[in-house]
Ligand binder design. Structure first.
Ligand SMILES: CC(C)[C@H](C(=O)O)[C@@H](O)C(=O)O
Ligand code: SF4
Length: 480
């Protein structure tokens, strides 16, 4: 059993009661809601005649269904319009803050809560959305819940939960230039499997993790769930505190100092023990691309689609299914596979640093003929910052479309969809069959820089060849 980990400490601090049957009633510090998984929960609350227990701990946004071209109301799609109107009504009725379109704070739920400083170390964060693990980047216990649990949290600000085991994923070394947190997490899932983390929280630690920015840590924790781990987290440190300082909901003044001291005390100490530990070396990881129909079917961009012999026996039926669905043969180099659509965005990789990395590749180049490429900022704030830096102009000049914030083609619950057998290079997190809006559409997951490389090349390409790395040291700045 793990002990002395951040997970254990935060769990204890939020334990309300031990329930008959073995589960724990866990207090939820922050409950995030969106338009897809909240309507039935609010309806159930109404049926039971209950109100929202802590509206001030509940924060809403709209993300999945919003169009990314025109966001004028009413939306062209009446169902999308109805979903947003329902969310607006529920939030107004229960006194819940909704960061709506045009508020300057709207965006994908897992992008806005961190940028507003709502997500903080030591919290429990729940949301009716599997990628809630993202918030673990701050040293929080954050996990996705189902709609009936959304109802429970609305009504009681608590949940019946079983405690997870903790696996430490220790990452040595440093990532190569052109290799990002996305590649790291795709690599981890490739090795440990999409079900490898079931029953576990993943603690990501080690020199390579400490070197990651907060946005990179969010990318990493975002996909913990794709490896089966309901929570992923990174211990809070100076990088975490620097990110949070000055954000609208972050503590200020004297409270800030107190908070930092407390946050530091929550990190897993040297005495912490884990249920399991796995070690990786960041330096050996290449830009990673999925070739199949689960996020675990990833390979280095310099590798070939695995043969059955290279596949574990119990994985072979899935591998064969993936060959058929993707129309890729074993032994095919993944570099060079042509793509039709290039999508940069999502809660995995729709933040400012992601757009910067992609823009660095797109700058001075042009999207290849016949390719549709588009960039969807993760939030209104990301859009505003990117525009202030001129990234929108870089993308437009390179032939990308620059869109309004939302989940977009990550899940295609909006007009952004693949058509027919189209194949996408996508910076999102799921490559399941039909995920991007066409029942036969195909998805190759990769980092935003790799998506940009695919867009300008017309096929999967190794971004390391497109990044200019200075070989001589920068000349020293002249002192005035
Ligand atoms: C719509 C929502 C419930 C879903 C999730 O839980 O993750 C979505 O965000 C996704 O990415 O598939
Ligand atoms: S961006 Fe994609 S993964 Fe993230 S919440 Fe939206 S649909 Fe889910």
């Amino acid at each position: 059993m793990s002990a002395g980990t951040l997970y254990d400490k935060v769990w204890e601090l939020h334990r309300v009661a031990d329930l008959p049957g073995g589960a724990t009633q866990l207090f939820i510090g922050l409950h995030l809601i969106h338009e897809v998984t909240s309507p039935q929960a609010f309806a159930a609350l109404d049926d039971l005649g209950l109100s929202v227990r802590h509206p001030e701990r509940t924060v809403a946004t709209v993300d999945h269904i919003v169009p990314t071209t025109s966001q004028a109301r009413p939306f062209a799609d009446p169902l999308a319009e109805e979903m947003l109107a329902t969310l607006e009504g529920n939030c107004a009725r229960h006194g819940i803050t909704l960061h709506g379109l045009g508020s300057g704070r709207q965006g994908i739920v897992h992008v806005i809560a961190p940028e507003l400083g709502l997500t903080q170390p030591g919290m429990t964060v729940a949301c009716g959305d599997s990628h809630t693990s993202t918030h673990g980047a701050f040293g929080a216990i954050a996990f996705g819940i189902g709609t009936s649990q959304v109802r429970d949290v609305l009504a009681s600000q608590s949940l019946a939960m079983g405690k997870l085991k903790v696996r430490r994923i220790w990452v040595e070394g440093a990532l190569q230039v052109g290799v990002y947190a996305k590649d790291l997490v795709l690599h981890v899932i490739r090795i440990l499997g999409v079900k490898g983390g079931v029953g576990y929280a993943y603690e990501f630690a080690g020199p390579a993790i400490e070197a990651l920015s907060m946005e990179e840590r969010m990318t990493l924790c975002n996909m913990a769930i794709e490896g089966g781990a309901r929570c992923g987290y990174v211990n809070p440190d100076a990088v975490t505190f620097a990110y949070l300082k000055g954000r609208p909901h972050a503590p200020a003044g004297e409270a800030w100092e107190r908070a930092v001291a407390w946050w530091r005390s929550l990190a897993s100490g040297p005495e912490a023990s884990f249920d399991d530990e796995v070690v990786f070396d960041a330096a050996t990881i290449a830009p990673t691309v999925t070739w199949g129909i689960t996020p675990g079917q990833g390979i280095g961009v310099d590798e070939t689609v695995p043969t059955l012999e290279q596949t574990e026996a119990d994985e072979r039926p899935l591998t064969e299914e993936a060959y058929r669905y993707m129309d890729l043969r074993p032994g095919t180099p993944i570099e060079g596979v042509p793509v039709d659509v290039c999508f940069i965005g999502s809660c995995t990789n729709g933040r400012l640093s992601d757009l910067r990395a992609a823009a660095a590749v797109a700058r001075g180049r042009h999207v290849a003929a016949g390719i549709k490429a588009f960039v969807v900022p993760g939030s209104e704030q990301v859009a505003a910052q990117a525009e202030a830096e001129g990234l929108d102009a870089v993308f437009r000049a390179a032939g990308f479309e620059w869109r309004e914030p939302g989940c977009s083609m990550c899940l295609a619950m909006n007009p952004d969809r693949l058509e027919g057998r189209q194949i996408s290079a996508s910076s999102s997190n799921r490559n399941f069959k039909g995920r991007q809006g066409s029942a036969s559409g195909r998805t190759l997951l990769m980092s935003p820089a790799m998506v940009a490389a695919a867009a300008v090349s017309g096929h999967v390409a190794d971004v390391r060849r497109l990044i200019v790395v200075p070989t001589t040291p920068e000349p020293a700045a002249t002192r005035a």
